[in-house]
Design a binder for this molecule. Structure first.
Ligand SMILES: Nc1nc2c(ncn2[C@@H]2O[C@H](COP(=O)(O)OP(=O)(O)OP(=O)(O)O)[C@@H](O)[C@H]2O)c(=O)[nH]1
Length: 331
C-alpha cells in the first residue's frame, strides 16, 4: 500500500512538472490521479497529456469538472434518479392494479357463470344470497383497490411535479455561472459534446488578473469579470455561444472556420481592452485590461476535448509571447 506521504510527494511532483498553479482543483486532480482511485480519470488525463506530455490549466479544469464534478450538478443527477425511481414505482403500481383488476374480472366471471347455471327451483334462497353477498364483497374490494390506486397516483403526480420543478431549477442553476450570468463550464462541455462537425473555439484569458485582485481587491476584480462577460454577451451572435470557462477565462464556441474565428477573436480582444470599472468608494478606475486569446478549429462531439487542448495551447503561446494578442492554431 502506498503511504499518504508517497501520494503527497507524487502529487506535488506532477503539479510542478506540468507547471499548474497549486489550486485545490489541481491538487485534487493529481492526487486522485496518483492514487489511481478513478481509472476513468486516469485514462482521460493520459489522453489529454497526449504525445507532447503537456496539460494546461484549461484542460486540467475540464478534467476536474468532468471527473470530480461539482455539487450542484450532483444535485441535478440525484433529482433525475428520484424521478426515475418514482416512474418505476408508478409503473409497478399500475402493474399490481392491472393484476387486481384481472383477478376481479375472473372472479366475477366465475360467480356470474355459477349464477347463470342455477336453474329455477334447484337452489335455496340462502345460497343465492351468499353468491350475491360475495359479489358485493368482491366489488367492495375492487372499489378499495381503485381508491388506493387513485390516491397513490395523485400523490405520485404531486411528487413528480415537485421534482420536475426542482430539477428544472437545479439544471438551470447548474449550467449558469453565478457571478457573470454566462453559461458555465459544465454547459460548455455539454454544448460541445452535442455539436457535430467542425467548430471553432476562442479561449480568452484576462492578463495579469491576479495583479488586478491584488491591487484593487477581489470585489473590484469581480466587477471586471462581470464587465468582460458583458462584452462577450454583447459580442456573440449568429449562433455563437459565450461561456465563463473558469476563473478569469472565457470561451466562445462558433460554427465558423478558423479564419472567421480569428477575426472575431481580434474584435473580442479590442472589446475587452475597453473594459473599465470604477471603484464607487474611492473613485479609482480600473482600466487597461488586456486578454490573451487562443483560437482553434476542430471536431466537436466526443473529440471536443482535443479542440479544447489545441485552443489552450494557443492561449499559452499567446501568454508566452507577451500577452494581449490572438494566437490561432496553424492549419
Ligand atoms: N475577483 C476574482 N478573481 C478570480 C476569480 N476567479 C479567479 N480569480 C483570480 O484570477 C487570478 C488568476 O491568476 P493567475 O492564474 O496567476 O493568472 P494571471 O494573474 O491572470 O496571469 P496570466 O494569466 O499569466 O496573465 C487569481 O488571482 C484568482 O484568484 C473570481 O471569480 N473573482
Amino acid at each position: 500500500m502506498r503511504s499518504v506521504y508517497d501520494l503527497f510527494k507524487k502529487t506535488l511532483g506532477l503539479l510542478s512538472k506540468y507547471r499548474l498553479p497549486p489550486t485545490p482543483e489541481h491538487y485534487a486532480l493529481w492526487y486522485v490521479y496518483v492514487s489511481e482511485e478513478n481509472p476513468e480519470l486516469n485514462a482521460a488525463v493520459d489522453q489529454s497529456l497526449g504525445k507532447d506530455d503537456q496539460l494546461g490549466p484549461s484542460s486540467a479544469a475540464l478534467l476536474f469538472q468532468a471527473h470530480l464534478g461539482d455539487a450542484r450538478w450532483r444535485d441535478t443527477q440525484a433529482l433525475t434518479a428520484s424521478l426515475d425511481a418514482l416512474g418505476q414505482e408508478l409503473s409497478s403500481t399500475l402493474h399490481d392494479t392491472r393484476q387486481d383488476t384481472a383477478q376481479f374480472q375472473s372472479a366475477l366471471r366465475d360467480r356470474f357463470g355459477r349464477l347463470g347455471g342455477i336453474e329455477e327451483g334447484s337452489v335455496s334462497l340462502d345460497l343465492l344470497l351468499d353468491e350475491v353477498r360475495n359479489l358485493v364483497k368482491d366489488a367492495k374490494l375492487m372499489e378499495g383497490s381503485a381508491e388506493h390506486l387513485q390516491n397513490r397516483l395523485q400523490s405520485a403526480e404531486d411528487e413528480v411535479n415537485r421534482l420536475r420543478e426542482a430539477l428544472a431549477k437545479s439544471r438551470e442553476e447548474a449550467l449558469v455561472d453565478v457571478l457573470t450570468g454566462l453559461r458555465n463550464r459544465r454547459a460548455f462541455d455539454m454544448e460541445l459534446e452535442a455539436m457535430d462537425g467542425s467548430v471553432s473555439l476562442i479561449l480568452l484569458d484576462l492578463d495579469h488578473f491576479k495583479t488586478v485582485n491584488d491591487t484593487y481587491g477581489h470585489l473590484l476584480g469581480d466587477q471586471v469579470l462581470k464587465a468582460a462577460a458583458r462584452q462577450l454577451s454583447g459580442f456573440v451572435r449568429d449562433g455563437a455561444l459565450a461561456f465563463r470557462f473558469g476563473g478569469e477565462e472565457f470561451a466562445v464556441l462558433m460554427k465558423e472556420p478558423l479564419a472567421v474565428a480569428r477575426r472575431k477573436a481580434e474584435t473580442l480582444r479590442i472589446l475587452v481592452s475597453k473594459v473599465s470599472v470604477t471603484d464607487r468608494r474611492t473613485g479609482q478606475k480600473v482600466g487597461n485590461i488586456t486578454a490573451s486569446i487562443g483560437v482553434a478549429e476542430g471536431a466537436a462531439g466526443k473529440q471536443g476535448l482535443q479542440l479544447v487542448g489545441m485552443a489552450d495551447k494557443q492561449l499559452y503561446e499567446a501568454k508566452r509571447l507577451g500577452r494581449n494578442r490572438v494566437m490561432p492554431m496553424s492549419l
